[in-house]
Design a protein around this ligand. Structure first.
Ligand SMILES: CC(C)(COP(=O)(O)OP(=O)(O)OC[C@H]1O[C@@H](n2cnc3c(N)ncnc32)[C@H](O)[C@@H]1OP(=O)(O)O)[C@@H](O)C(=O)NCCC(=O)NCCS
Length: 412
């Protein structure tokens, strides 16, 4: 109790806290001996995982001169539901005419805060430091008008789940799946019945706003995501019998009269933000992995699945904004994933990852290895402002999940 009072929580200062933060980060990675653990190298920038959001903050907990914990948070505006547009009324002097167009679903936006990178030094746990960091961060969220706060954690991270659900009033909300596929030494062939176009960021923005703005968690500043230098491109796949590769009709025509089936996805370069490394693997398994890669590299035409180089620091590409329509949408997504794989191979990535709703119908077209993936990433949410009006959708935390979810690459 005495120590708890001496804990000071303050804003991270890059000029003097870098070393202390890195030390806590390093100590937190020492997993239970003999078990696999995933090490994240933030490449010397402790705020790299929040700095692309419109508003962000990093706090540290200090005990005496020592940094013993930290937390990062960011705030942005996202879709939390949808409402139907009222029919357009054209009123002329006395008469009022109503158009017969069916009402269009429109997004309902909310200001959402996100917590990530909460760490407390193992030697200082169960002293209330984690709780103090979360509460101080939530104060900043409230001051900045955030209506909800959420975080992602592993379902089996007992300490974190308890802290948030038991002590901080969060509830379990969504369980999307993280799907991870290794990058092989060979290229993956793309079906010649599919045409892939790269959209410029303006066309991509139009497509996303028109088709996905009512998907929950869709960021209202999608344009800044697409224009970020980490976004490597947006790709659209259509059946070749709809469009040949040199016949892109332009986004307006496409949206006005899309082919029966199509799919889209965008690629985000996490490789320049952080590196991952799997530690705690036996030598036999490492040798096996190395051998499969050597064989795949030497004989790429065999297209053998090779275990990626995950025991040395590796980078990843994250696929976001996956969507599509029509009976062949799964095939289109599959082609796009192959295309993205080849892009990741050229950039020297170890894996390609994506995260989709557990009910996402396009999941069938996304290749992934179960041993690298996480079937249930647990998202917990809390309503920060109880006094807000319920607006047109009520309390988001109590709403049922949709079939899709928009996972912002800035928060992966
Ligand atoms: C999760 C973590 C930040 C908790 O930090 P902490 O400073 O030890 O937490 P606190 O002392 O503030 O604990 C507050 C409450 O959380 C719960 N809690 C914390 N650690 C727990 C544990 N190991 N088992 C069960 N409940 C736990 C308890 O309800 C606790 O209250 P209590 O001590 O009165 O029972 C810390 O364990 C950690 O750094 N873990 C590794 C990194 C991580 O998993 N981060 C979370 C990612 S979202």
């Amino acid at each position: 109790m005495g120590e708890e009072r001496m804990i000071v929580v303050r804003e991270f200062d890059p000029s003097r806290d870098g070393v202390g933060v890195e030390e806590v980060e390093r100590r937190c990675e020492v997993g239970p001996s003999g078990k696999l653990s995933l090490f994240t190298d933030l490449l010397g920038d402790p705020i790299c995982r929040v700095r692309h959001s419109p508003a962000f903050l990093m706090l540290v907990a200090e005990l005496g001169e020592e940094i013993v914990g930290m937390i990062r948070g960011c705030i942005k505006t996202v879709t939390c539901g949808k409402k139907l547009s009222r029919q357009v009324k054209i009123s002329a002097a006395a008469a009022t005419t109503t158009t017969n167009d069916p009402p269009k679903p429109l997004p309902v936006y909310t200001k959402l805060a996100y917590i990530l990178g909460l760490r407390v030094s193992p030697s200082h746990r169960r002293m209330g430091i984690g709780l103090k960091l979360v509460r101080t961060m939530e104060e900043w969220f409230r001051e900045n008008g955030a209506e909800y706060s959420y975080l992602a954690t592993e379902n089996d991270n007992h300490a974190s789940v308890q802290l948030f659900t038991d002590k901080c009033g969060y509830s379990k909300f969504r369980t999307p799946s993280i799907l991870v596929n290794p990058v092989f030494a060979h290229r993956i062939p793309i079906s010649n019945r599919v045409t892939i176009f790269q959209l410029d960021s303006h066309d991509a923005e139009l497509l996303y706003r028109r088709r996905f703005s009512t998907t929950e968690f869709f960021p209202r500043d999608i344009d800044s995501v697409l224009n970020n230098k980490l976004s490597l491109g947006t790709f659209l796949a259509v059946p070749r019998d709809s469009y040949k590769s040199d016949s892109w009709p332009g986004i307006d025509k496409f949206l006005f009269n899309p082919p029966e089936s199509w799919a889209v996805l965008s690629v985000w370069n996490c490789k320049d933000v952080f590196r991952l490394e799997v530690r705690g693997v036996s030598r036999v398994k490492r040798t096996f992995a190395t051998t499969t890669r050597m064989v795949d590299k030497a004989l790429p035409f065999l297209r053998l699945p090779s275990v990626p180089e995950v025991f040395r620091p590796f980078g990843l590409h994250f696929l976001y904004g996956l969507g599509g329509e029509g009976p062949r949408a799964v095939k289109m997504i599959k082609a796009l994933c192959a295309y993205a794989h080849n892009l990741a191979k050229e950039s020297g990535c170890g894996v390609v990852a994506t995260e989709v709703s557990s009910r996402e119908p396009l999941k069938l077209g996304i290749p992934h290895w179960n041993m690298l993936s996480c079937a249930e990433d647990l998202w917990c949410i809390k309503r920060l402002g109880e006094d807000y009006s319920d607006g047109s959708i009520g309390d988001w935390t109590k709403s049922p999940p949709g079939t899709s979810i928009f996972v912002d690459p800035r928060e992966f």
